[in-house]
Design a protein around this ligand. Structure first.
Ligand code: AMP
Ligand code: MG
Length: 278
């Protein structure tokens, strides 16, 4: 199969079918759909092409002003959430894209319901917003660290599905991407953050403690991906050990999704044949 043909299959290939288990353990984080080192240059070219598509789609999205795009990026520490965002939007008009990184809730945020801060940062019509972490942290962290009763975090699958459904019914398009890396790849990336002086700033020693909970996070993600992959807002599991393949898959999913919206420039409110600049 040619690289171009393969690309068309990528969004479907990495979808978690609504109603089916995600089966993370059966998904290979270093999958490249058979592409080898010799294909990397070709894959990079297609990724660049997708980014070009995204540039013009973004312009039409803004002019069309019907839909907001919400891209939710989740993944364990060092899974590549920042790098994915950088590669996806290099060259896209910065006025049309907003990135929001969710941290441990501030006292003010924590004094509201957990979706309060999330809803406030959702996209306006015409805008693309990337969530680097999201409301899914409100299931993950409380579950792994036993911060609230089980029934509290369990109810959040339903609450989140209802919330996302509300957004979708009000013209927000939600694209959910889980960056799937192996434990060994995380070890390599965290070690680089320690060994490479230029990467020291990225190293948070807390990540080493979190790594000890790898199995708990994996189990929590398995349930999130299963419970919250819906027809309105399905999850994709992106094999993310190879950054070049991750970038190709993500750019294909996002560009194809925007393409499918059939975005149009609005009709002029005047007759261009009759109006003249004098
Ligand atoms: P980073 O993405 O490396 O800047 O780290 C952000 C940290 O904030 C991670 O450890 C997240 O787990 C944590 N975080 C984000 N959202 C929440 C949340 N809702 N509850 C608890 N911790 C969170
Ligand atoms: Mg981190």
């Amino acid at each position: 199969m040619s690289l171009q043909k393969l690309c068309k299959h990528l969004p479907e290939a990495f979808l978690v079918k609504p109603g089916k288990r995600a089966h993370l353990s059966k998904r290979n984080p270093s999958d490249t759909c058979g592409l080898k080192d010799k294909d990397v240059a070709g894959a990079d070219k297609l990724q660049d092409h997708n980014v070009d598509r995204l540039c013009s789609l973004q312009q039409r999205l803004y002019a069309d002003a019907r839909f907001g795009i919400l891209i939710i990026l989740q993944g364990i520490d060092a899974s590549g959430k920042d790098g994915t965002t950088r590669h996806l939007f290099t060259g896209v008009n910065p006025q049309g894209v907003r990135v929001h990184s969710f941290k441990v809730p501030t006292p003010e945020e924590a004094s509201h319901d957990y979706l309060w801060r999330i809803h406030a940062d959702c996209p306006q019509r015409g805008e693309i917003v990337v969530f680097n972490r999201s409301h899914y942290e409100d299931i993950l962290v409380p579950r792994v660290h036993d911060l609230v009763p089980k029934k509290t975090w369990q109810a959040r699958y339903r609450q989140i599905n209802q919330f996302e459904r509300h957004l979708v019914e009000n013209d927000t398009v939600i694209i959910k991407l889980f960056l799937h890396i192996s434990k060994e790849e995380q070890r390599v990336r965290l070690q680089e953050r320690i060994s490479d002086p230029a990467k020291n700033w990225k190293m948070n020693l807390k990540d080493l403690d979190e790594r000890k909970h790898w199995a708990d996070y994996t189990a929590a993600y398995e349930d999130i991906l299963t419970e919250c992959s819906t027809d309105e807002a399905p999850w994709h599991v992106i094999p993310a050990d190879h950054k070049w393949f991750r970038n190709l898959v993500v750019s294909q999913i996002v560009a194809d999704r925007l393409d499918a919206l059939d975005l149009k420039y609005p009709k002029p409110t005047f007759d261009p044949k009759k109006v003249r600049v004098v």
